[in-house]
Design a protein around this ligand. Structure first.
Ligand code: TYM
Length: 335
């Protein structure tokens, strides 16, 4: 990646939770690849964020490698973008400490993800879970990213990152770029197939609620066929039809068809036909990702080469930021 051109800078990250969900894919990752030509892109597997909930070490290591292979399989080209593993660049954690001193307890307490996760993991409400959004702000601000492609659920964290950056700039003089969220029009919030009032999430207890991007074709179709809808029989997008709205959004995201075109396509047909069609379209769309992933995960040496090079670039960029920050806040130069 070139570091000195006029292109705007994009940063985004994803937690290594094994294989990604269709929500991760539609809301975030599939939008990452197409940005690579127009922007300088930096993408990270955020393993340091992942340890805010309990992890099995062997599983975390495996999930991190899988996640790295998966983002490449989803179209991230390590020659065009910087793709690395967060813990390989210690500058994120260092900057996070500095930024935590410009972050208020009250604002962290208002984060809905913290409230949700602390309710879910009531026996492990650790300080990392609480300060998680500061590390996320450091991820973004360490590169002075202009844009951050995310799903709707991360918007509150991004707003906090902007506030932290603004406060730092006020205290020490203009320095950090205020990052803008880059949220897709279609699929910013993919919902559970079993309870369309809830976000699709891998931690859902019901395996039918969530489609994983490495699920095989039959599994994907079966999950869609079991999706909760409503008692009408009309494929159309309107209030009160959360299940159908979600399926239409997913179908639209993977086929590029408009909601009106989808309604016309399924006029007079039952929900069964529609659900099967959505399942097939999703499975066919994901087929090349699965094939590419199998190839990549078998080549650990290539993955290592890519993430090592990615971490070197990431380190170089962020060390410059950090040195300037240290000078601004009054630390004595180390050399
Ligand atoms: P994470 O790992 O939970 O999710 C990764 C991305 O997927 C999006 N997403 C969804 N989009 C639509 N519908 C859904 N059901 C759905 N579920 C997840 C998320 O919005 C996200 O964009 N804190 C972040 C990771 C992170 C990060 C960053 C992101 C750490 N540092 C810096 C951007 C910039 C997270 O936990 O995402």
């Amino acid at each position: 990646m070139q570091e000195t051109n006029e292109k705007k800078l994009i940063f985004s990250g994803i937690q290594p939770t094994g294989t990604f969900t269709l929500g991760n894919y539609i809301g975030a990752i599939r939008n990452w690849g197409p940005l690579q030509d127009e922007y300088n892109c930096i993408y990270s597997i955020v393993d340091m964020h992942a340890i805010t909930v309990r992890q099995d070490p062997a599983k975390l290591r495996q999930n991190t490698l899988q996640a790295y292979a998966l983002i490449l399989a989803c179209g991230i080209d390590p020659k065009k973008s910087t793709a690395f593993i967060q813990s390989h660049n210690p500058n994120h954690a260092e900057l996070s400490w500095i930024l935590s001193c410009s972050t208020q307890f009250g604002e962290l307490s208002r984060m809905t993800q913290f409230k949700d996760k602390s309710a879910k993991h009531a026996d492990d409400i650790n300080a990392g879970l609480f300060t998680y959004p500061v590390l996320m702000a450091a991820d973004i601000l360490a590169y002075n990213a202009d844009l951050v492609p995310i799903g709707a659920d991360q918007k509150q964290h991004l707003e906090l990152a902007r506030n932290i950056a603004g406060r730092f700039n006020q205290k020490y003089g203009e320095f950090f770029t205020l990052p803008e969220p880059f949220i897709p029009e279609t699929g910013a919030r993919v919902m559970s197939l079993q309870d369309p009032a809830k976000k699709m999430s891998k931690s859902d207890e019901n395996p039918n609620a969530c489609v994983l991007i490495l699920d095989d074709k039959d599994t994907i179709i079966r999950k869609f066929r079991r999706a909760v809808t409503d008692s009408e029989a009309e494929v159309c997008y309107r209030e009160g039809k959360a299940g159908i709205n979600n399926l239409m959004t997913i179908y639209s995201a993977v086929t590029g068809k408009t909601l009106d075109a989808i309604t016309a396509e399924f006029a007079g047909k039952g929900y069964g036909d529609f659900k099967t069609a959505v399942g097939e379209a999703v499975a066919d769309h994901l087929e090349p990702v699965r094939t590419e992933y199998e190839k990549l995960i078998a080549d650990k040496a290539y993955l290592k080469e890519c993430y090592t090079a990615g971490a070197e670039t990431a380190f170089r960029i962020t060390r410059k930021t950090l040195s300037k920050v240290y000078r601004k806040i009054g630390f004595v130069d180390a050399r």
